[in-house]
Write a protein that binds this ligand. Structure first.
Ligand code: CA
Length: 716
């Protein structure tokens, strides 16, 4: 290890000027993040370190460490913890290299710790303008950093890729990755492949064109950019693969961007020398508003393989042709060697939002097999040869003109919460969600707005008219599970059910363990072969991120970020309450055998009684307000104006009492520095007043319901 004073002294001798004036600067190693291509390629053998987002290039999230195993895990205790200064969802997987932990937090901040003690070494804040939230569907989250040759790379919500000095946290270079004035945001973790930093961006609900870009790791200069959807056909050709894709689109799709954003998975397989990534839904969700005739809309909702040296197309496999349900295929892609008809075959495995588990040939993209890993009603199955879904006619809501409740929902049977694969058990451990979503086509005169969420469907029935009596039933229908999936037989080996959706990512280890945090505020260990729960720790908040493990000086540690948030809290906070804990306490938690640290006692959960002003509006205002609210405001403020843990519940807002104050905030943007932008360019003062009347009506309805429920409970 490189913690010795002698190593620190050696650096001071070499660089006196840098060391002597600042004796307080911690020096943990000769040069932190000393990771090169050789170490990344051999990461599988290096159990002590977790050097990239998915631990190894194949993103299996499997650790060979065995000090913590099925026999010793009962002795696992807290080694250290660190409170984070961002009360938003924490989705990152920490990176650990040679005893130093690097972790990104909400708002794209980065922190470095001594991985054995938790001593803070440095932190970095890109100071993202909070009004950027209007471009973000799913919270101000960040899923992780990359490290390479003494630098730490973070991609920010504002769309920058930033290289930091791994010793100091100082900016080495800062490159804008998203197009100028775009509504794109970056939440994903960059990956390093052959000296380049690879990263895409999110935004397929915000008029954007998907891409994956590569930047020189040393200089930040852009090396290539692969667009996932064709652009304006009157402009020069951008490559044969996009000319071919353009034949699957019609009308003037490029004016709405096309979507297909690359916001999560990027997997490099040295065995095929290909990079695999997933793409998001086509934009907008409703195909009636992007095309004049039917078409697959390549390369949206697909896995795409490209050559990492040049960014050139290799193959694609589309999972949801002509998507209309927001079935992004961005979820993590695992490369592995599996027996296929008895022959060891290099494959990629995928469990996207649409609910089917796919196994594809890694070299060619050929469909090998696929089966539903969660409840699916939008398709009756996959074609056994092509893997194309057999779509149920009633699921095409824009053609039938009738609302359709789809399973899975737009939040997905599985999304970014990482799964893991154990080569020992041969199982993939998938955090799954069971939930429905009501799709209704918008009116034919639907038009996108300049800012905000735009999908071409009318969410009023979905999100605006929930009556309090039915919300408990709706909540009960939303559940989750940890599914141990056999990718060879395409069936579940074992399942652990959870009362609610949105449980954490998973980690598999050679100690026959699977670790997972839960929405209900526990960090658990199960046996990997049978799913028997062996250990649990109360985390005081929901865990959505994935755990990781590493060792320092012979001691194995298991780490996870705790901190409830993300899309489920923001849009559907109320229907996740059955999980047990709805609050955000953001922390890094690190465990070891014999750890005996304790968490501070959590603050009591605040309870507040609804006290809205009396309703004085009209039924027409409530109807208008419900539609306006449901199609924009729900993205942050929740279904039926009921908030989760992150955002103040607007049914309690003091501004409801004053039309003038309400207009200052919602129309003029008084609170934009807190993330609430003004909607003056989109909504008239009359429309904004209708939203106020709708929320006052909702708050009074809920107040009356709470009063009735209390009276019933009191026996009156
Ligand atoms: Ca999407």
């Amino acid at each position: 290890m490189r913690h010795s004073n002698r190593a620190a002294l050696a650096i001071c001798v070499l660089a006196l000027a840098a060391c002597s004036p600042k004796p307080e600067t911690p020096v943990v190693s000769a040069k932190n993040a000393n990771v090169d291509d050789g170490r990344l390629l051999d990461a599988n053998k290096d159990g002590a370190n977790w050097m990239s987002y998915g631990r190894t290039y194949d993103e299996q999230r499997f650790s060979p460490l065995t000090q913590v195993d099925e026999k010793t895990v009962s002795g696992l205790g807290l080694a250290w913890s660190s409170d984070l200064d961002t009360a938003r969802g924490q989705e990152a997987t920490p990176i650990v290299v040679d005893g130093v932990m690097y972790v990104s937090t909400a708002w794209s901040m980065v922190k470095a710790y001594d991985a054995a003690t938790g001593k803070a070494l440095w932190s970095y804040d890109p100071e993202v303008p909070r009004e950027k939230l209007v471009d973000v569907c799913c919270d101000a989250v960040n899923r992780g950093v990359a490290v390479y040759k003494g630098k730490v790379y973070v991609a920010t919500i504002a769309g920058h890729v930033v290289a930091l000095d791994a010793d100091t946290g100082k900016v080495v270079w800062d490159q804008t990755s998203v197009p100028p004035d775009s509504h794109m945001a970056i939440t994903g973790a960059p990956r390093i492949v052959k000296g380049k930093v690879l990263i895409g961006a999110a935004g397929s609900e915000y008029i954007t064109r998907g891409y994956l870009a590569a930047f020189d790791a040393e200089t930040g200069v852009e090396a290539w950019r692969f667009y996932t959807v064709p652009g304006d056909p009157s402009k020069p050709s951008e490559g044969k693969h996009l000319d071919a894709a353009a034949k699957t689109w019609s009308g003037e799709w490029w004016k709405l961007g096309g979507g297909g954003t690359v916001w999560d998975s990027i997997t490099y397989d040295p065995e095929t020398d290909l990079v695999y990534f997933g793409t998001a839904n086509a934009e907008p969700w409703n195909p009636a508003f992007r095309n004049t005739k039917e078409g697959d809309n390549l390369y949206t909702a697909s896995i795409v393989a490209i050559h990492p040296d040049t960014g050139e197309y290799a193959w694609h496999f589309q999972e949801t042709p002509e998507d209309r349900w927001d079935f992004d295929s961005d979820q993590q892609i695992i490369a592995a060697t599996l027996p296929v008809n008895g022959t060891p075959t290099r494959v990629v495995m995928h469990a996207p939002k649409n609910g089917f588990f796919y196994v594809l040939d890694a070299k060619s993209g050929r469909f090998i097999s696929g089966k539903a890993f969660a409840t699916v009603n939008w398709a009756s199955g996959l074609d056994p040869v092509t893997g194309r879904p057999n779509v149920n006619p009633e699921a095409r809501y824009e053609i039938t003109g009738k609302p359709f409740v789809a399973l899975p929902s737009a939040t997905g049977a599985h999304t970014w919460n990482p799964m893991s694969f154990s080569p020992t058990t041969g199982l993939v451990y998938i955090p799954t969600n069971e939930a429905g979503f009501l799709y209704t086509s918008a009116n034919k005169d639907w038009k996108p707005t300049k800012i905000g969420f735009q999908v071409g469907i009318d969410l009023t029935l979905t999100a605006g008219t929930v009556d309090p009596k039915s919300s408990a039933a709706a909540a009960a229908a939303n559940t989750g599970a940890l599914v141990a999936w056999d990718p060879v037989t395409q069936s579940a080996r074992w399942t652990v059910k959870y009362p609610g959706p949105w449980n954490g990512g998973t980690l598999a280890t050679a100690g026959n363990l699977v670790f997972q945090g839960t929405a209900g505020g526990e960090f658990r260990a199960y046996t990997a072969d049978t799913g028997k729960q062996l250990w649990s720790f109360p985390t005081q908040t929901g865990v959505i991120a994935a755990p990781m493990t590493y060792s320092v000086n012979g001691t194995q540690y298991v780490a996870v970020l705790a901190g409830w948030g993300g899309v489920w809290d923001l849009t559907q906070g109320d229907v996740t309450r059955q999980s047990g804990i709805i609050r955000n306490i953001s922390r890094v938690l690190v465990f070891r055998i014999g750890g005996n640290a304790a968490l501070p006692t959590p603050p009591p959960t605040a309870t507040s009684v609804l006290d809205p002003p009396p309703f004085t509006g009209t039924a027409a205002q409530v109807a208008d307000g419900a539609t306006l609210y449901s199609n924009k405001c729900i993205v942050c403020h929740g279904v039926a104006a009921v908030a989760g843990a992150l955002v103040t519940d607007i049914r309690h807002s003091a501004a409801l009492n004053s039309e003038k104050q309400w207009q200052l905030i919602v129309h003029d943007g008084l609170l934009k520095e807190k993330g609430m932008v003004g909607w003056a360019g989109e909504y008239t003062p009359e429309q904004i007043e209708a939203i106020r009347q709708y929320i006052i009506r909702r708050a009074n309805d809920d107040k009356a319901f709470e009063k009735q429920a209390k009276a019933k409970a009191d026996g009156n």
